[in-house]
Design a protein around this ligand. Structure first.
Ligand code: ATP
Length: 352
């Protein structure tokens, strides 16, 4: 059998980031031992608001270079509410990383692991299962680095949709739909915004390349409504950057919250894997954060790395999470239980 040696850059970051990243590494270690011919080597690098306070740069050049040369990056969470740029926005090196490494696809799977996790009535395990494809490099985040003057009479942000940017995220969504239930929903605001009418036109062109996949187009306001009323109708959803930011939190809310929402930021060459959540400073340092989102992000990393063995490892992690979540006794505080981060991690390790 072919042997694979993978170098993983680990960026713990801020708040609960290092705590949940440590859990994911424990799980990866345990899985790595069971895989044939796979070696995972981790190297940790500094980044985040805390790093800015220490050394004046939230994403040091050496960290960026390490992510560029690694086979994949595992990230905890970054940003702290009180550490801001002079313009008032938070430090967000995870966004810089997406732009620098051209990680255009923000992939956010939403899966209900236990009926008790959802505030919605009548859904069983697996009854909610969709994936959001968030465009990560343009949209309404495109001019996020603009500065503004305190005495300005007006400040505006630009929503940028390029043909290339729209095509590649839509194509990625259709490709994923082929591996799933073959149904893609475009979420836009094409009835109001010209940039979105353009996005929809590009979507229609790409949809024609995938005659075996059904396609629908809905407005973002309706998407928010349906995600709460009938989330089972969705398979793959694709959308602009800010819409994806908002709707992926909403979608996480119907399967237990941010602690259950993994994500992968993927480009042509690089992949960064991190939970959808932020640094949750309110619970940082208490050892109570739910590590499942990060553990499932590590599974997405194994899926993305080449080779059948890593794919097997990804399945093993998801099966272990599923098995642990079957029991309503296995819940961290965000899910209404009392398990600590360490206890939840141990349950998952036992299930492995
Ligand atoms: P960002 O803008 O950086 O994504 P955010 O402002 O959306 O961050 P989060 O840090 O994601 O905020 O936290 C949102 C809520 O979810 C908070 O109440 C936080 O405590 C909770 N939360 C986030 N992640 C977890 C986790 N892993 N376990 C438990 N609770 C979490």
């Amino acid at each position: 059998m072919q042997s694979h040696f993978f170098r993983i850059a680990v960026l713990g970051g801020d708040g609960i980031g290092p705590e949940v990243a440590a859990s994911a590494l424990q799980v990866l270690d345990a899985v790595g031992e069971k895989l044939t011919g796979v070696t995972l080597v981790y190297n940790e690098f500094p980044a985040g608001a805390g790093e800015f306070l220490k050394n004046g740069n939230p994403l040091p050049a050496s960290t960026l270079e390490a992510c560029r040369s690694a086979d994949a990056t595992l990230l905890g969470a970054m940003g702290l509410p009180d550490v801001r740029w002079p313009g008032g926005t938070e430090m967000a090196p995870q966004l810089d990383l997406r732009e620098e490494l051209d990680l255009f696809a923000g992939i956010r799977p939403i899966h209900l692991y236990n009926a008790a996790h959802t505030p919605l009535k009548g859904y069983q395990e697996g009854g909610i299962d969709l994936v959001i494809f968030r465009e990560n490099t343009e949209g309404l985040f495109a001019t996020r680095k603009n500065t503004w003057l305190k005495d300005a009479g007006e400040v505006s942000d630009r929503l940028v949709v390029t043909r290339r940017g729209a095509e590649r995220i839509v194509r990625a969504a259709f490709q994923e739909a082929r591996r799933r239930r073959k149904f893609v929903t475009l979420v836009d605001k094409a009835n109001v915004l010209p940039s979105m009418a353009f996005f929809r036109m590009v979507f229609d062109h790409v949809a024609a390349e995938f005659p075996d996949v059904s396609a629908e187009r809905i407005y973002v306001d309706a998407a928010a409504l349906y995600l709460v009323q009938k989330p089972e109708r969705f398979d793959v959803m694709v959308m602009e950057n800010l819409f994806g930011d908002i709707l992926s939190d909403l979608a996480a809310g119907i399967v237990g919250g941010m602690g259950m929402a993994p994500s992968a930021d993927i480009g042509e060459k690089h992949g960064v894997f991190q939970p959808s959540h932020g640094s949750a400073p309110g619970i940082a340092g208490q050892g109570v954060a739910n590590p499942i989102a990060t553990i499932l992000s590590a599974a997405m990393m194994l899926d993305w790395l080449p080779g059948a063995e890593t794919t097997r490892g990804a399945h093993m992690i998801r099966r272990a999470v599923q098995q642990v979540c079957c029991s309503s006794a296995n819940r961290t505080a965000d899910l209404g239980g009392a398990l600590t981060t360490r206890q939840m991690t141990e349950r998952i390790l036992e299930a492995l």
